[in-house]
Ligand binder design. Sequence first.
Ligand SMILES: [Mg+2]
Ligand SMILES: [Zn+2]
Length: 152
Amino acid sequence: MSKNSKRPALFIDRDGTINRDCPYCHEVSDLFIYEDAVTLIRDYAERGFLIIVVTNQSGVGRGLFTVQDLEKFNTAMKEKIRELGGRIDDIYYCPHLPESGCSCRKPATGMIMQAVSDHDIDLSRSVVAGDRDDIDGELARRLGIPFILVRH
Ligand SMILES: [Mg+2]
Ligand SMILES: [Zn+2]
């Protein structure tokens, strides 16, 4: 196997980046996808990047919605993005409370490290995209990779 078989990834935030943010979004009826996010996803997919969503979902830990609600919302988002000509390869979420001290809640790097292992990703050629410099941008800085600040 070639050393170059590893693929880079676009690690992309969900709420406020792909879909319009509503506090603790989980109802499929509230799903609104930004078309410029789909354009970004499509551009990277066409260049051979895996498209990996990484999202903090403390609403689970707070008891505001269930993992089933979250997965239903994620499935609807994936289907809608596909309809719009994009693609999502995988979704990672942190369900924990901010004060839990877990290793997955962004800007901690746990979800990225799990994805790198699961998908044999070339981290050095990967990028992070998101709407929050203090969360997604900080994640990128901790990883030493570029950050794309998404503004709608
Ligand atoms: Mg966000
Ligand atoms: Zn976590």
